[in-house]
Design a protein around this ligand. Structure first.
Ligand code: NAD
Length: 485
């Protein structure tokens, strides 16, 4: 019997499901059991061509609609997503393995927030009037044209919406390629947009590995590429886009610092460290995986952290009581277990976890290492799994310098009751998305993105509009033209 997660076909182009079984089969594995639940096929060159030519053709008419009309469609799509939140969350859990307890509140709901927010903004996108005496300049905010979105595997619904909603609000069309690891959810986003009234071809989904992504990025018809992925992939995609002088948004990896001062509320700080390391089993780009704890509270912090981490419920992700799911794939699990071994070898002190959980599926116990030093592999490289490194520090000056000593710059957090210090420290940290007495909140109203190797551009908020549109300026002369001859 066909599994309920199996989509009708692999791709969604020009308003309908499209199949081409000549493409390489991509198995979809449910991470909680290892069972194959669906198969899709990578896009063949013919499918890539169909998607790009469709999106190119659809964009002009879409951009001619008023922003209010486009926004109404996006807001209708948001309503449909919310109505179907339960089914979409179940699919998200099949796609990623993340527990339903999380997917019910963080995926289709976050996608719907983006559709609603950018739908609301669409009618307000205007240029300005710049008076110059008798003459004047006016500006127009125009769409970029055809945009490509490429997703990572941790938030397949959210990433499709965070890219698709602002792109469409500005009058662009999009071809979206989900991660080959989680190909299912973006198809539902495409389906819902059509149901909400989006013209066929405005939002298309094609499947495939890096090769398909590469074919999309290098196509001369494409005006913009928005990637969520790792730094090495980001470097390749950025370079390929530069060749064609295309706009980019790069949402890449991180190794973010979470700084906890002696005066912090211990339970809030522990809660922040748990949210910043163990949500989605640690598969979150902005995670605060280098937890710097001031020496005075170190042992108290570690004791409370170990106690609360012990309350994580590993189990069937479809059971709403389960609060901690598996790694997305066996391969990812093995990479993370390799880092755990490195942590032990290099002398970090294991506080809890540290091994694969004794159950089916790709579960790793939430793991905390203490006495981690700046040069250890687990403190330098992005692990993308449930491994928290706790490092000690003495002074504010020292911790800021150490926190910034990394190629990454996605996020940063500080826990302290001293608000002057909190703002000063955040002001000195090299990171794009920061938190004070909190960690990992990502409301659509707030800009999201990194500095240094963690990325270029911002998603969400009004900032995203700037990255999916461009300004045309028009000088208007009222009098005669003066010329030298
Ligand atoms: P990845 O870099 O392996 O792949 C990301 C996407 O790029 C996939 O769809 C992949 O098929 C595609 N791709 C690979 N090579 C390509 C190429 N040469 N040309 C075009 N496309 C190509 O990343 P992943 O393993 O799927 O995701 C994990 C990474 O993503 C982590 O580093 C994580 O930090 C990062 N991430 C960042 C954010 C953010 O918003 N900053 C969010 C989630 C994940």
């Amino acid at each position: 019997m066909t599994h309920p997660a199996q989509p009708k076909a692999s791709h969604f182009i020009n308003g309908e499901y499209v199949e081409d079984t000549a493409g390489t089969p991509i198995p979809v594995i449910y991470a909680a059991t290892g069972e194959q639940i669906a198969t899709v096929h990578a896009a063949t060159p013919a499918i890539v061509e169909q998607a790009l030519s469709t999106a190119k053709a659809a964009q002009k008419e879409w951009a001619k609609m008023t922003g209010t009309e486009r926004g109404r469609i996006l807001r209708r799509a948001a309503d449909i997503m919310r109505e179907r939140n339960h089914d979409l969350s179940v699919l998200e859990t099949y796609d990623t393995g993340k527990p339903l307890q999380e997917t019910l509140v963080a995926d289709a709901t976050s996608g719907a927030d983006a559709l609603e927010y950018f739908g609301g903004l669409a009618g307000s996108l205007t240029g300005e009037h710049i008076p110059l005496g008798e003459d004047w300049v006016y500006t127009m905010r125009e769409a970029l044209g055809l945009c490509v979105g490429i997703g990572a595997w941790n938030y397949p619904t959210q990433i499709a919406c965070w890219k698709g909603a602002p792109a469409l609000a500005c009058g662009n069309s999009m071809v979206f390629k989900p991660s080959e690891t989680t190909p299912l959810c973006a198809l539902k986003v495409a389906e819902i947009l059509i149901e909400a009234g989006a013209p066929a071809g405005v939002f298309n989904v094609v499947q495939g590995m890096g090769e398909v992504g590469g074919a999309l990025v290098t196509d001369p018809r494409v005006d913009k590429v928005s990637l969520t992925g790792s730094v090495p992939t980001g470097k390749k995609v950025y370079a390929a886009a530069a060749e064609g002088m295309k706009h980019v948004t790069m949402e890449l990896g991180g190794k973010s610092p979470l700084i906890i001062f002696d005066d912090a509320d211990i339970d809030n700080a522990v809660g922040g460290a748990i949210n910043g390391n163990f949500y989605s089993s640690g598969q979150v780009c902005s995670n605060g995986t280098r937890v710097f704890v001031q020496k005075g509270i170190k042992e108290k912090f570690l004791a409370r952290l170990a106690e609360r981490t012990g309350n994580a419920i590993l189990g069937d992700p479809m059971d709403e009581a389960t609060s901690f799911g598996p790694m997305v794939t066996e391969n990812q699990m093995n990479i993370v277990l390799g880092y755990i071994e490195k942590g032990k070898e290099e002398g970090a002190r294991l506080i809890c976890g540290g091994k694969r959980a004794d159950m089916d599926g790709y579960f790793i116990e939430p793991t905390v290492f203490a006495d981690v030093t700046d040069d250890m592999t687990i403190a330098r490289e992005e692990i993308f799994g449930p491994v928290m490194s706790v490092l000690d520090f003495d002074t504010e000056e020292e911790v800021v310098a150490r926190a910034n000593d990394t190629e990454f710059g996605l996020s940063a957090g500080v826990f302290t009751k001293d608000f002057t210090r909190a703002h000063r420290v955040i002001g000195n940290l090299e990171a794009g998305s920061c938190f004070i007495n909190s960690y990992n909140d990502a409301p659509v109203e707030a800009p999201f993105g990194g500095v240094k190797a963690s990325g270029v551009g911002r998603e969400n908020s009004k900032e995203a509009i700037k990255h999916f549109s461009q300004v045309k300026s028009v000088y208007v002369r009222m009098g005669d033209v003066e010329a030298a001859f």
